[in-house]
Ligand binder design. Sequence first.
Ligand SMILES: [Zn+2]
Length: 110
Amino acid sequence: MAFKHGAIIVRNGKQISSGYNKRVSRPFYCRGGDFSIHAEMDVINKVSDFALLRDAELYVVRVLLNDENEIIKINSSYPCHACRTKLMKVVRKYGLKRIFYMSHEDSRVD
Ligand SMILES: [Zn+2]
């Protein structure tokens, strides 16, 4: 079983970027020996024009998949310190309107 972490940014009903957790060879954005770029950073990095972030919304989802790639469970997802700091800058500087993180409450897939 594996966790998958994904993120999309939507503006005026259109998706302007998508991202996911990626393994990297050395610690990148996130601290504590975490050798990955988190989905919410990947999705920001892929935005073609930061002006598009004004009034846009970011959605971050974490799911647990079985070996057949079926969703077992939707999991809680919240930003690490490094991502939160960067996201707050994006909110202030580029006007990203809202950020949603999936909660595990009432989100079990049966
Ligand atoms: Zn992070």
